[in-house]
Design a protein around this ligand. Structure first.
Ligand code: B12
Length: 212
């Protein structure tokens, strides 16, 4: 079995020490941190989600897998952040109200930092009012919202509305993402952009800044 397949298997099995051991071995053997992340750690969580959907995994097992994934992330993160440059702009990032999923949101934060952005990570379960307060406090260039549940996606639209009602909408560019979010949904709620992964979030943010 190759390293990436072994990483996936260890994440699915929730074996943190094994994930860390193979992640180190993969990097020693010349795999890039990006490959370990994008072809090992992240796809493993998709398989975990499929297993949950099929009833093969309980929530507790999803959590154990998530913890194992973070074990690998701890190792690749410093390598991905190595190329730090001067701050290009500021982004506030949060998972929307009612939603506790933070792996994707954390990856977006990490890639933004690696891409030279100053990041204010608001955390999970962030209400529209909390986003509004954070925009007033931090005056960011970007507001980035993550949602993993079809039921919580609605809070993205509610947050944009709250920003408009507080006269803040035009001061920021708004990005949305997370597994159930699509370009069509982003357009329907008036977000400025959608990205399907954390790398693309940075590329699109860069493109918007270039236009400013
Ligand atoms: C791990 C996990 C959990 C963990 C979360 C741990 C944690 N710390 O995050 C726990 C066990 C807590 C959990 C709980 C629940 N979960 Co859950 N979970 C998952 C799982 C398996 C993986 C999610 C994940 O981390 N993926 C990996 C990351 C890297 O991917 P990502 O989040 O999509 O992020 C990437 C992109 O989307 C993008 N991105 C993400 N955010 C943003 C933001 C911006 C601005 C941009 C530009 C891009 C971007 O970049 C990221 C990196 O490339 C998914 C399955 C799946 N396929 O998504 C189910 C899943 C999301 N969960 C699901 C469900 C149902 C639940 C529960 C309701 C279960 C229950 N009955 O209690 C609860 C809800 C709790 C709550 N209130 O939030 C369903 C959702 C169904 C739906 N359509 O709504 C899924 C799809 C599983 C399934 N197939 O049924 N879950």
């Amino acid at each position: 079995m190759n390293f990436l397949a072994e990483i996936k298997e260890a994440v699915i099995n929730g074996n943190t020490s094994k994930v860390q051991e193979i992640t180190r071995a993969a990097l020693d053997a010349g795999e890039t941190p990006q490959t370990v992340l994008n072809e090992g750690l992240i796809p493993a969580m998709s398989i975990v989600g499929e297993k949950f959907q099929k009833g093969e995994f309980y929530i507790s097992e999803m959590m154990i897998s998530a913890r194992a994934m973070y074990g690998g992330l701890d190792i690749v993160k410093p390598l991905l952040l190595n190329q730090k440059v001067e701050s290009k702009g500021k982004a506030i990032v949060g998972t929307v109200q009612g939603d506790l999923h933070d792996i994707g949101k954390n990856l977006v934060c990490m890639m933004l930092e690696g891409g030279g952005y100053e990041v204010v990570d608001l955390g999970i379960n962030i209400s529209p009012d909390q986003f509004v307060a954070a925009v007033k406090e931090h005056k960011p260039d970007f507001v980035m919202m993550s949602a993993l549940l079809t039921t919580t996606m609605a809070y993205m639209g509610k947050t944009i509305k709250a920003l408009s009602e507080n006269g803040l909408r035009e001061q920021v560019k708004i990005a949305v993402g997370g597994a159930p979010v699509t370009q069509k949904f982003a357009d329907s709620i008036g977000a400025d952009f959608f990205a399907s992964d954390a790398g693309e979030a940075v590329t699109k943010a860069n493109a918007i800044l270039a236009l400013k």
